[in-house]
Write a protein that binds this ligand. Sequence first.
Ligand code: HEM
Ligand SMILES: *[C@@H]1O[C@H](CO)[C@@H](O)[C@H](O)[C@H]1NC(C)=O
Ligand SMILES: *[C@@H]1O[C@H](CO)[C@@H](O)[C@H](O)[C@H]1NC(C)=O
Length: 531
Amino acid sequence: MDAIAAAPRTILLGTCCLLYFVVYPIIVYFHDAKGLRKFPNMHPLSGISSIPFMIVAHGGARSTYLSQLHKKHAVIRTGPNTLSYADTRAIRDIYGHSTKCTKDALYALAAGSHFHLADVINKPDHARKRKVLSSAYALKNLEGWEHKVADTTARLIAHFDKCCTAPMSQERRIPDPADLKVDYRAWTNFFTIDAIADIGLSEKFGLLDAGHDRVIGRRTNGTTYQCNFRDCLDQTGRKQSLLIWPYEWYPLINKIANVIPFYGRMGKFATDWDGIPLELAHRRLERYRAGEQLDDFFQALMEDKNGKPNNLEWGEIVAEISIMMNAGSATTAIAMANVMYQLLKNPKVMKILVNELDAALGDDDDDDEPSQTVVVPYDRVKHLPYLRACLDESLRLAPPNTQSLSRETPPGGTDIMGDYVAGGVTVGISALVAHRIESVFPQADQFIPERWLGEEGKNLQPYFLAFSTGARGCIGRNISYLEQTVLLASVLRRYEFALPHPQWEIQRLETMNWLLGEMPVKVWKRKRPRI
Ligand code: HEM
Ligand SMILES: *[C@@H]1O[C@H](CO)[C@@H](O)[C@H](O)[C@H]1NC(C)=O
Ligand SMILES: *[C@@H]1O[C@H](CO)[C@@H](O)[C@H](O)[C@H]1NC(C)=O
């Protein structure tokens, strides 16, 4: 082919691209069939393209960025078809039980071969799944899970005991770097993975005993491989959070991106992730077939309370196990590390909390007991108001899941904040953005657990979005509070902790979740005052 023949083709291709990618979106923008031009743009090009939002996403702090912009605007157009809200009146319209909105196309794009409870879009399908699963997640089972959580806590304590160093002198306040023996972020994640594997699948995963998260994955052809649980999960979410925003292009972009090493590595982790729930499901199925009677989610997925088979497809069961291992571990671990971080940064709050614990638990256990007996029973601490306030304030300030949970307006459109929005528009509120609305949460950037106490605190609950709300709100909320409460009470009774230095700050990276970097701490046995 000679250069003269190639030139017209190049020009033709160039012209087509220009028309399709530039001229057409501009025409759509000005035609404005959905009436979205009245909303302020995140970026001058946001009405025409999702690229500005993708660029912001690559900065790893998109919701923090949005929350700054939202100080001036209640509604912001973040993409050609996408609106971000920062007004408490929008919560009910978008997420409330009577909302006409549904989960949007993002969930289908991120889904595997079968939908699971969290990504299923169709409302009747969701209701069917939620019914099956709520018997698994029901409150009465909490008691059944307590001993599993207690066992997991005991194993964490066994490790922390080994890491204890000499008490830190009050005046120094900066630990010897050699004493920073625990990465609190990693160990709380080992904790939540072990706990949900046991609760969900009666699997003794043993990450807390091994001290790492190298696990076995299974390919569809039955062969297995090793991979790191947290990397697989985190990188899967990270790739989505960088590339998913132009929905109609994502399947293509996702494939092309794999050629670029930066994304290709994440793609490999995503493939590896798929095999982890598959392997776990496979192992559990073998026990089921062998006739073992086990009290866990898997059992509830297979049969109803009367032993009648649910007849779910195997792909659906694996999908449910996948979301359970994912949502059931990552977010709670982030929450646990965040609250400890906040308490260490706010010694006055820590003191009030520890006093509350001591007052409730008295002097009836002995710190020389073996670790099984030093796990604080949930019953003794679940109603402590300051403890719950600390957990909630930490979840407010740093919600583990920050994405603007995207919902699609119904075909005929709907009113949001009393303002008509056309059909087929993606709308959402990020918990991070909502939790920084100053009129609801004064001094929103500060860690102030007191705001959650008493009547005033109760009145804030409708604006607390860490677990979302309405029919699609988190089903694992109670399990999460159980784990967070027992772990925090148990470790604060037994130890003191210190960050590398008082000004030390944790690294954060926003993907779909708000990931944390390492959190090295010094641990030492607490001298408890005798009451
Ligand atoms: C601090 C811990 C947790 C946080 C912050 C959290 C947050 C959330 C949020 C924001 C949603 C809504 C997602 C959406 O609209 O796309 C959700 C749903 C869900 N969460 Fe959680 N979650 C936590 C713990 C858990 C645990 C421990 C489990 C499982 C044991 C779990 C399982 C689920 C499931 C299955 C859904 C989908 C519910 C549905 O659509 O019916 N989560 N969670
Ligand atoms: C299974 O799949 C893997 C990866 O695709 C491949 O390397 C391996 O040879 C396959 N094994 C069998 C037994 O088919
Ligand atoms: C959590 O427990 C409360 C009672 O404490 C109950 O009303 C609620 O339905 C439970 N939530 C879930 C998601 O199971």
